[in-house]
Design a protein around this ligand. Structure first.
Ligand code: AGP
Length: 616
């Protein structure tokens, strides 16, 4: 899941391409490269490492060129090094390409090209693709657009590409299948911006076209953009949308890291996610995607939730919410397993797909499979106009705003917010909860944003606890009921950004194995909220204590019993048990953040990770 950018127009391309890469660096940061050209000379530089390293080595290149493409890499084929970095050049030196995705049949094509005399510098599938395009262009004596189209009809895999031909210096060809491409359209078609998402060109234009799967576009300065179907060359109507994004949303706003900024944006994000949907003083929940499909949900045999990573944890919280509040059976599936398991989907099954980025390849493929099998698929996404938002039958956006830190935080709490509103809506419609119970939930939810702000004030204690446990090599996270998924999420956050091994478990499950890990060196984070099987959790804490484990407990304010036993406690404000995940998550996010900062880790761009996983 690399990031690609590009520009063709009247401005200097270099600053647009390099700043665009910085904005997309959360997508992959193994290497970076760019090409700029002034219609005659082409300057191409690439390096292992970050965009800042690329900036270093491009200091001397002439900057006048008004055409450019760039790439920041998350390595799939070939180790992160200079030669495997993008852009890649064809053997003749004429074609230049940047690519996000995986060409699965690249090895077969490579062997064929080698038999025709091509040689390769890198181990990448992308270099094979650019040479394949060159071979077709030569053989068919056709233009670049046609050669790209013909080549793409023969490759298997996922791609978002931008291709430039030195022999045709006033155009860039882009194409998409599986990986995202957004095209920014300037006034009078005087300039075009290319990027994996729209963040690189928010300050230049609000006109955006999201290429659909199997589409190709030729961008020529001053010419209206033409989008064609790759398989049959059919012209497609271009659907220009207005971008709902502004610059300050994608800047750090004075915080040291995007992750910390995004943790502190959660109360606003939850409020924005309520807006227009929860009218607490009238006991009303309005959500067009649900309202328009209410019968499908009410008559659903079961709800199947598909997602990956943190979004999967939000799905697990939803299992407890839908079954407890709306009495609808739920199954939560890892999208990557679901798509290859030949799952049984019955009519009246409703599938909910959860994804922050809306671009996760496994979730997208699982959605397509569920649709093929006749299921109604509802999407919960954070990125407007993303592939999953466009692929699902209906949906609801989490209004968390852009989430740039690779470790998901505000997307998780806003996903839980949307899922809680849906569960309450269905409980209301099905009558599984009384009017007063619904009103109580809505009134209580009204307090959550302020309670989150209150939690964020306990920064200092959390920093002190982080200081104590920053050198741990393993950690356990335990929770019961609604907070078991939060324990999983807490462990994932610590793993992702501090690289400390951590596991989340249902508290009672500890006795069936993990308790063997416990000794005086094992920190155990336990969620022990007042109304969440409290007595049972106290026994679990006693079991840990008797094995000298270190206990960091998240308790409800005013707690006594656990506070006496635990080594450290973090209090959360009182709320309904079903709503506690929105609060218990916050201290676990902050703990992992401060531990990672103390260990001097790159919090926003943890090693080996990327913000949206657009390949299998
Ligand atoms: C979470 O912090 C990670 N970035 C990762 O697990 C993420 O949740 C997963 O890749 C799913 O992403 P999505 O929500 O964009 O589909």
């Amino acid at each position: 899941m690399c990031g690609i950018t590009g520009y063709i127009g009247y401005r200097e391309a270099y600053p647009i391409v390099i700043n665009g890469l910085k904005r997309l660096e959360y997508r992959g940061y193994d290497s970076a490269g760019l090409m700029v050209c002034d219609g005659n000379a082409v300057y191409l530089k690439k390096t292992k490492g970050k965009v800042s390293d690329l900036e270093e080595i491009t200091k001397e290149i002439p900057k006048e060129g008004t055409i450019g493409i760039g790439h920041t890499r998350w390595a799939t084929h070939g180790v992160p090094n200079d030669v495997n970095s993008h852009p890649h050049i064809s053997s003749s030196g004429n074609l230049v390409i940047v690519h996000n995705g995986i060409i699965e049949n690249y090895d077969t094509i490579k062997k064929e090209l080698i038999s025709r005399g091509y040689d390769f510098q890198s181990d990448t599938d992308t270099e094979v693709l650019v040479n394949f395009i060159e071979e077709i262009k030569k053989k068919e004596k056709c233009k670049l657009g046609k050669a790209v189209q013909l080549a793409l009809t023969q490759v298997v895999g996922a791609y978002a590409i931008a291709v430039y031909d030195k022999e045709k210096p006033n155009e860039i060809v882009v194409a998409k299948l599986g990986s995202p491409i957004a095209i920014g359209v300037g006034e009078e078609n005087e300039e075009f911006f290319i990027a994996s998402d729209a963040s690189p060109f928010v300050e230049y234009t609000k006109n955006v076209i999201y290429l659909e799967d199997g589409e190709l576009a030729i961008l020529k300065k001053g010419k209206e953009i033409k989008v064609r179907k790759i398989k049959d060359d059919q012209l497609v109507d271009t659907n220009i949308q207005k971008l709902q994004l502004n610059l300050d949303q994608i800047e750090k706003g004075g915080y040291d890291h995007f992750m910390l900024k995004e943790i502190h944006e959660q109360s606003k994000a939850i409020k924005d996610t309520y807006r227009g949907r929860m009218i607490a003083n009238e006991g009303l929940i309005k959500m067009s995607g649900i309202d328009d499909n209410l019968l499908k949900f009410i008559n659903a045999n079961r709800i199947i939730i598909i997602a990956c990573g943190t979004s999967w944890h939000a799905g697990l919280v939803a299992e407890y919410l839908f079954e407890d509040l709306a009495r609808i059976p739920v199954e939560v599936e890892y999208a990557s397993e679901f798509r290859y398991r030949n799952p049984v989907i019955r009519t009246n099954d409703v599938v909910i797909a959860i994804s922050q980025s809306g671009e996760t390849a496994d979730t997208l493929a699982a959605i397509k499979l569920a649709k093929e099998k006749g299921a109604f698929v509802f999407g919960i996404c954070n990125v407007v106009g993303s592939s999953i938002a466009r692929e699902t039958h209906a949906g609801a956006y989490t209004h968390a705003g852009p989430e740039i830190g690779v470790a998901s935080t505000k997307a998780f709490t806003t996903q839980i917010t949307v899922l809680t509103l849906i569960a309450l809506k269905l409980a209301q419609e099905k009558g599984t909860l009384s009017k007063s119970a619904i009103n109580n939930y809505l009134q209580t939810m009204q307090q959550i944003p302020n309670q989150v702000d209150e939690m964020l004030k306990s920064d200092k204690e959390i920093k002190e606890i982080a200081e104590v446990y920053k050198n741990a090599t393993n950690c356990l996270y335990l929770g019961r009921g609604f907070n078991f998924p939060v324990a999983l999420e807490g462990a994932l956050k610590l793993k992702e950004i501090s690289y400390i091994h951590a596991e989340g478990y249902p508290a009672a499950e500890m006795k069936h194995g993990p308790i063997a890990l416990i000794d005086e060196n094992m920190p155990v984070f336990v969620i022990a909220t007042k109304k969440g099987h409290y007595e049972k959790v106290v026994s679990n804490i006693q079991e840990i204590k008797s094995r000298k484990g270190k206990i960091i407990a998240i308790v409800t304010e005013g707690d006594k019993t656990v506070t006496e036993i635990a080594d450290h406690v973090i209090q959360i404000p009182e709320t309904e048990e079903a709503l506690t995940p929105l609060l218990t998550t916050i201290p676990l996010q902050l703990l992992s953040y401060y531990i990672a900062v103390m260990l001097d880790k790159n919090v926003d761009q943890p090693r080996n990770l990327a913000k949206s996983v657009t390949v299998e």
